[in-house]
Design a protein. Structure first.
Length: 294
């Protein structure tokens, strides 16, 4: 782990009598500097020293992207303020029971499909990132990519309830009761092209994605039209079809520290999204995705 430089630490220690009332406060600041240095290479966030309480951004900072056909994405680059975002990043990194699911494969009958009958056992990483799942009691169990995560309670992690309240305040008409957390330790951690279209979310799931730490690129691309294959088989007029095709079929967002991105409407039905590998993204990123299980 790369920590603050000796000069930075010495400066903090020298000025401690003036700016810190206790040793725990001093050590908390050193820890925050350590996290900032770990993630500083890839997101180049400006230094902000605001002592004001954390507030969600107002509606003027929202960027609404119409995807067409009843789908949209809302992006808020400054949903949470800078200092509180660092506090949440530190808390999540240390206190969440992160898990990187693996499948134990052994024996000739299991291995033959994957590695051509090699008679030895090995661990296969199911997800190239760390995960955790939090949900309200009594909900149907989540299963995705053949994996069923353990559902932790909201009461076990009070700061997550605070974040959920902030999201609900920003979007009064929305409601979320489950949370899938992802931790990317570096540029080799990623999530491939997929859609969160599990049946337990319903036909038009709304997903709110909150990011902390290293900036990563979030990509959207439209699913291929399996029926028309470029031909007008829908019976629509050329004018109406031209208007529909006017929407781009690819989008890219750089998810900043403390930013919120919301996918709405038929986004999961008609679009795929991913967070690809990035060589220069060599630092920690934590992502919270809030969902409503019906």
């Amino acid at each position: 782990t790369i920590g603050p430089s000796r000069v930075e630490f010495a400066a903090i220690f020298f000025y401690a009598p003036k700016h810190f009332e206790s040793l725990p406060t001093l050590m908390a600041t050193v820890t925050k500097l350590n996290l900032k240095e770990e993630t500083g290479d890839c997101h180049r966030l400006e230094a902000e020293q605001s002592e004001a309480p954390a507030e969600i951004s107002d509606s003027r900072t929202k960027r609404v992207v119409e995807l067409g056909n009843g789908s949209e994405v809302i992006y808020m680059p400054r949903f949470l303020n800078y200092d509180q975002s660092w506090d949440f990043l530190e808390y999540l990194n240390k206190n969440i029971p992160w898990n990187r699911p693996t499948i134990r494969v052994f024996g000739r009958s299991c291995v033959q499909v994957l590695i051509f009958l090699l008679p030895f056992s090995f661990n296969f990483t199911l997800f190239p990132r760390d995960t955790c799942y939090v949900a309200s009691e009594g909900l149907p169990q989540l299963v995705y990519s053949g994996y069923q995560p353990h559902a932790y309670s909201w009461d076990e992690f009070p700061p997550l309830k605070d974040i959920l309240d902030a999201v609900h305040k920003a979007f009064p008409g929305s409601r979320f009761n489950s949370l899938l957390l992802n931790r990317y330790k570096g540029g080799d951690d990623y999530v491939g092209w997929h859609a969160d279209d599990e049946k337990l979310y319903g036909p038009t799931p709304e997903i709110a994605s909150l990011s902390f730490g290293c900036e990563r690129e979030f990509l959207l691309k439209k699913k291929p039209d399996k029926t028309s294959r470029g031909k007008n088989t829908s019976g629509e007029s050329p004018r109406k079809r031209l208007k529909k095709d006017a929407f781009p079929d690819k989008h890219s967002f750089v998810l900043k520290h403390g930013s919120l991105l919301v996918m709405r409407g038929y986004t999961q039905r008609d679009w795929l999204h991913s967070v690809p590998k990035r060589v220069k993204a060599d630092s920690l990123r934590i992502n919270l995705t809030f969902r409503l299980v019906l």
